[in-house]
Design a binder for this molecule. Structure first.
Ligand SMILES: CC(C)(COP(=O)(O)OP(=O)(O)OC[C@H]1O[C@@H](n2cnc3c(N)ncnc32)[C@H](O)[C@@H]1OP(=O)(O)O)[C@@H](O)C(=O)NCCC(=O)NCCS
Length: 173
């Protein structure tokens, strides 16, 4: 079990459990921005990828989540799959703290890079990951990854943001 010391007493940031999977799906659905995956996938992430995922709760109620995994071909790299915070709780640093909690945790396991993909028009996400890179004092490199015509359906292109290494960064203990 891991806990992160958040900025307010009402906020908890912990690993998700299977019981949180349904709310993670609900938060993704309500974001209106994320690709909504099968509800099954959120339960699976909570069961098998809990160590690289987090859930944020405000006064015990789920308010945001991050799902991620270690890249199989590069296990020093945390891939952040989805991050979302409920509308009512945005702008309070919850997403940044969730990512910080993951970086702190994964750094202790030899992870020094973070990758995520962002559509070019998602300014909130670009702002979030740019802020994280500044916080861990690591470079951020952007490259094209998935073009629209890679997708079988209508989909915006996804650019890869690679942050790291943050080897000089000392996370919270
Ligand atoms: C992206 C999202 C998770 C940010 O959550 P949040 O809790 O409001 O973000 P935070 O308050 O932690 O802000 C972290 C940083 O991102 C920046 N940011 C947040 N929203 C922003 C916006 N709309 N435009 C520009 N920058 C923004 C903040 O300025 C902050 O930077 P700072 O630390 O330098 O001040 C939230 O807007 C969301 O759920 N969006 C819909 C889902 C989505 O697009 N997810 C990302 C793609 S996977």
């Amino acid at each position: 079990m891991f806990f992160y010391m958040p900025s307010s007493p009402e906020l908890t940031i912990t690993q998700p459990s299977i019981a949180d999977g349904a709310e993670m799906w609900r938060i993704a659905r309500d974001s209106k921005e994320l690709d909504l995956n099968a509800s099954y996938s959120y339960l699976l992430m909570a069961r098998d990828f809990w160590s690289t995922s987090v859930i944020a709760k405000v006064s015990g109620k789920p308010a945001g989540f991050v799902t991620g995994f270690l890249r199989p071909s590069a296990p020093n790299t945390l891939v952040v799959w989805q991050v979302a915070v409920d509308q009512d709780h945005r702008g309070k640093g919850i997403a940044r703290q969730m990512l910080q909690a993951l970086v702190d945790r994964c750094s202790r396991q030899g992870v020094w890079f973070l990758e995520t993909t962002i559509t070019p028009d998602n300014n909130a996400s670009i702002g979030l990951f740019t802020s994280l890179a500044e916080q861990v004092r690591a470079p951020i490199v952007r490259t094209d990854l998935f073009a629209s015509d890679h997708f079988p359906d209508e989909h915006k292109p996804e650019q890869l943001y690679r942050i790291g290494p943050w080897s000089t960064y000392e996370g919270r203990s």
